[in-house]
Design a protein around this ligand. Structure first.
Ligand SMILES: C[S@@+](CC[C@H](N)C(=O)[O-])C[C@H]1O[C@@H](n2cnc3c(N)ncnc32)[C@H](O)[C@@H]1O
Length: 318
């Protein structure tokens, strides 16, 4: 099965215009890009076009599935007002050992980062665009001096501040995960810990909830619709070891979000792609998918998973 063509390897020093100023970059890349890949904004100059094209790590299905190796905060590869649905799980700042960045920054800085990416994400979605944001309810581990943090409440407040509108919260009951690492004070009211073994999926939208853009074709079954519109979802988490990434979500999560909240043929974005799970769901469900991932090794992992598990030219996910 030929999924891609045109492997290229090169070293170059190039200049790129970032805002008003020109910056110099040194680049060595060995990319695999489908021939004729053209996902960038056509109004840009040819030099900008070339640089951004280089950030496209992988394309498949005639350009319907794209992995971009870049920092979501600064990437220019996705046109504004172009995304129907974002499905993502950002870094949680709980000291997970990723390859390319620190996941244990001070909480205030983490919230600043959150504000930046939420603002950028809002610019990229269509007026009736939506976002399913998988985050923890709270944070009970990490830097001692900061104590526990109400992550869900804080992120939702920031999302509304930057302009997202709130629709609903789905509770994901990760049935196979035990979050219990400590009791606090055992059988004593002195300082007991209370830990909810769940995460949340916050559902947000840009301007209006009623979706008018897109094909209008839904592929969700009667049973799925009845079950998934009940906002408590119970399914297992994904094994880090099996996937080879420190924080993957299971395929079931993007699959449900995509079938419930997007039409067939819609454009789905995951700005923190990780091991590529959202794009696998897109490939299996006939959605166009874009994933941005800062770490090149995770892009490679996502590409390999897409080829193996994305079943790109074969059966559709039921
Ligand atoms: C929680 S993981 C996502 C896991 C993904 N849902 C999966 O199923 O594998 C967050 C990912 O965001 C990436 N990341 C962190 N900062 C980023 C940034 N500024 N731009 C793009 N990716 C980033 C990390 O490398 C990590 O792989």
């Amino acid at each position: 099965m030929l999924l891609y063509e045109g492997a290229m390897e090169f070293s170059a020093i190039y200049k790129m215009k970032v805002g008003p100023e020109w910056r110099t970059y040194n680049c060595h890349r060995k990319d695999v890009v489908e021939e004729g890949a053209t996902d960038v904004n056509e109004k840009r100059s040819s030099s900008e076009l070339r640089v951004e094209r280089e950030k496209v790590f992988f394309k498949a299905k005639g350009g319907e599935i794209t992995i971009i190796n870049d920092d979501f905060l600064t990437t220019n590869t996705i046109p504004p007002d172009s995304i129907d649905l974002i499905v993502t799980s950002p870094p949680y700042n709980v000291d997970i050992h990723y390859e390319s960045f620190r996941d244990d920054i001070p909480y205030e800085r983490y919230l600043e980062f959150t504000k930046k990416w939420l603002r950028k994400a809002l610019r990229l979605v269509k007026p009736d665009g939506r976002m399913c944001l998988n985050i923890p309810l709270d944070k009970s581990k990490g830097r001692r001096e900061e104590g526990f943090q109400s992550v869900y409440a804080d992120i939702l407040t920031i999302a509304k501040e930057v302009g997202w509108k709130y629709f609903s919260t789905i509770i994901w009951n990760e049935s196979n995960i035990s979050r219990r690492t400590a009791w606090g004070s055992w059988r004593s009211a002195s300082a007991p810990y209370v830990i909810a073994p769940v995460e949340v999926i916050v559902v947000l939208y840009r301007n209006r909830w009623k979706k008018t853009s897109g094909s209008g074709i839904s592929d969700i079954t009667r049973e799925e619709f009845i079950e998934w519109t009940n906002g408590i979802w119970t399914f297992s988490g994904e094994s880090r070891k099996r996937i080879g990434h420190p924080a993957p979500f299971p395929l079931e999560l993007p699959k449900r979000c995509i079938k419930l909240f997007s039409f067939v043929g819609d454009v789905v974005l995951d700005p923190f792609l990780g091991s590529g799970t959202t794009l696998i769901a897109c490939a299996l469900l006939g959605r166009r998918g874009i994933g941005v991932e800062i770490d090149r090794n995770y892009c490679e992992l996502a590409k390999n998973r897409l080829i193996k598990e994305g079943n790109i030219l074969q059966t559709k996910l039921k």
